[in-house]
Design a protein around this ligand. Structure first.
Ligand code: ADE
Length: 332
């Protein structure tokens, strides 16, 4: 899988070279590249935002900068003359990709947010980890195959644009969007290429996702929870982790994914886990888990999952597919 992330803080994603995500990149299962949105600006201040039309607090990210960036990363033809004329640039921003650009700071209003001297190469593309070629992914079953097919370019893609062979799914984190769930993570783990656009300030101009949808691109907007973050970077990190750990071969033990909370038709919170010793500071591991009787252990864990879900997340119980319950469940 190839993942591109666009942000005014690409260095947020340096941590993706660590741990399992770093290993997946070394194995060639994954390539993650963080791009600096400001590299697609042309004005001396590298500004990416402007005041909201209609008034209100804060700043909104401008569509023209995003469009230049996204057209390039999506492999679409640049739309000459459709964007507002560039403000006069006193220096040309170099197009060389480098990881040596100075980190930039945020949270200053437009046109005062000068982060780097213009003679500095601010284009910062960090490939997170030792990226290998993103090899072909094993399709393990027919369902996967069907899902994977849904990410290939349809013949109905509008003729005005010629996207890449595997058009990226374009994802914008947004606190006002539908909630990102395990189901979405599972679906997106079958995509060849994901492109995340991280908003800052009060968000991005609403015409950006609208335009790319009109061009036949699969555009998603997701919230990761009912709270507001400073920008889309953390939300993107959450989604990337939830998605990539489902890529076949990413985790050492595939079973650990299957058994987890929120997975499958009978999405329940997971039962609690214990390790040795059997007694610690006066607290005992439940006897049944020490019995060696796998049937009883499974039953105990299933009952615990149902009870905990009912207590903590009754909404998940309401959504349960009745067919996923067995006779013994109905007694609990
Ligand atoms: N940006 C700011 N807050 C967010 C949230 N909760 N989810 C996704 N993107 C966000």
């Amino acid at each position: 899988m190839k993942i591109d992330i666009v942000s005014v803080f690409p260095e947020y994603f340096d941590v993706m070279g660590l741990s399992l995500m770093g290993k997946a990149q070394e194995k060639g299962l994954l390539t993650i590249t963080a791009h600096n949105l400001r590299d697609w600006t042309h004005d001396v201040h590298h500004s990416v935002d402007d005041t909201p039309v209609g008034g209100g607090a804060g700043m909104v990210m401008k569509p023209a900068v995003w469009a230049e960036c996204l057209d390039e990363l999506l492999g679409l033809e640049p739309q000459e003359g459709t964007d507002a004329p560039h403000e006069a640039a006193t220096e040309t921003v170099t197009a060389t990709h480098t990881i040596t650009g100075k980190p930039v700071s945020d949270e200053t209003p437009a046109d005062t947010d000068i982060q780097t001297p213009v003679d500095t190469d601010i284009r910062r593309v960090s490939t997170c980890g030792t990226a290998g070629e993103s090899g072909p992914k094993t399709v393990e079953n027919a369902e996967s195959s069907a899902l994977e097919d849904s990410f290939t370019v349809s013949d109905e893609t509008p003729a005005c644009q010629s996207p890449q062979e595997h058009t990226p799914v374009l994802i914008f984190p947004n606190p006002s969007a539908p909630l990102f769930t395990q189901r979405d993570a599972t679906e997106l783990s079958h995509a060849e290429h994901l492109l995340f656009g991280c908003g800052r300030y009060e968000g991005y101009d609403a015409r950006i996702p609208e335009y790319y949808r009109s061009q036949g691109i699969d555009v998603r907007e997701y919230s990761i929870g009912d709270y507001v973050l400073n920008g889309g970077e953390v939300a993107t990190s959450v989604m990337v982790e939830a998605i990539t750990r489902l890529i076949p071969g990413f985790m050492g033990n595939a079973d650990s994914i299957v058994e987890e909370s929120y997975t499958g038709a009978n999405a329940l919170l997971e039962h609690r886990q214990y390790t040795k010793p059997a007694e610690w500071r006066g607290l005992k591991v439940p006897d049944v888990l020490l019995s060696g009787d796998h049937g009883k252990v499974d039953r105990y864990r299933r009952d615990e999952a149902l009870t905990r879900t009912d207590e903590i997340r009754p909404d998940l119980i309401e959504q349960l597919d009745c067919k996923s319950l067995d006779k013994a469940d109905r007694k609990t």
